[in-house]
Ligand binder design. Sequence first.
Ligand code: C2E
Ligand code: CA
Ligand code: CA
Ligand code: CA
Length: 277
Amino acid sequence: MARRHRHSHQHYLEGQDERHLRQLTLIRDLQDAVGNGELWMAYQPKVDSRTGMVNQFEALMRWRHPSLGFVPPDEFIGLAERSGNIRMLSQWMLTHVCAQLQLWQQHGYHLSVAVNLSASDVMDPQLATHLANLLNRHQLSPEQLSLEVTESAVMQDVDTATATLQELNRLGLKIAIDDYGTGYSSLAQIKRLPVDELKIDKSFVLAIDSQKDDFTIVRSTIEMGHSLGLRLVAEGVENRASAELLSKLGCDYLQGYWIAKPMPSEALTDWLDNFIP
Ligand code: C2E
Ligand code: CA
Ligand code: CA
Ligand code: CA
């Protein structure tokens, strides 16, 4: 008995060690990932629930590590945040996305992309200036780029975040609150920020067609959000039943595997050309 206990404890420690080693490796290699061309962006469409039209995409970062293979962003973004590498990743991402938008533009596709920002991006007093320069350099109009921030990122330092968001708003960039419903802030608090859009977290959306409670939460979020003048987006729309329910509830935009998975830029224009609303 005692022996078995010791054995399982040791096993647990080994698991911890392995995880720790992986994290250290990832943090170390993250610094070269940009230079080595191991990062790319995937784009996932958001569909207008009334018209079925698509001209908006969310940009999601991808990393293929040379020996560990595909590393999910939920893992490496958090590590980058904690190891002080996130601003470098965000800089690469913003430049890359703007260059891609310009390229699409030159091929006759006037598209608009939403990017994800971390807490430290929102705390960066240079962010607005940097974005203004990027838009200028790539000849983009501000409505082609929008920003997604989580409520927890904003709430880390509400005053600084509000100042940044106001500056971005003055530039004409739209701002969305991501993962809405997973934090502790109320809509009243969020409404004090210059926010245009709420993205209902996928944990409420995934089973909306079978879970009565999820349906009720989503319905009241849409109602309240609309009454405050916000645009509502549902992420994690995985089947037709959910898409139909959300459209009936008046959710403005739908995003999820039912419409399309995130795809590399080369696949996107093909997808658009074949997409029949
Ligand atoms: P997020 O911003 O909430 O992005 C939505 C996530 O849901 C994406 O995961 C997307 O691939 C996934 N998803 C989309 N449709 C469905 C669906 O129908 N069902 C399910 N189950 N999932 C769906 P992904 O790409 O793995 O990204 C995870 C998170 O990593 C993102 O969550 C975001 O917080 C972070 N992230 C990704 N790219 C960036 C980036 O460039 N910068 C920053 N700061 N964070 C990023
Ligand atoms: Ca997002
Ligand atoms: Ca989200
Ligand atoms: Ca998320």
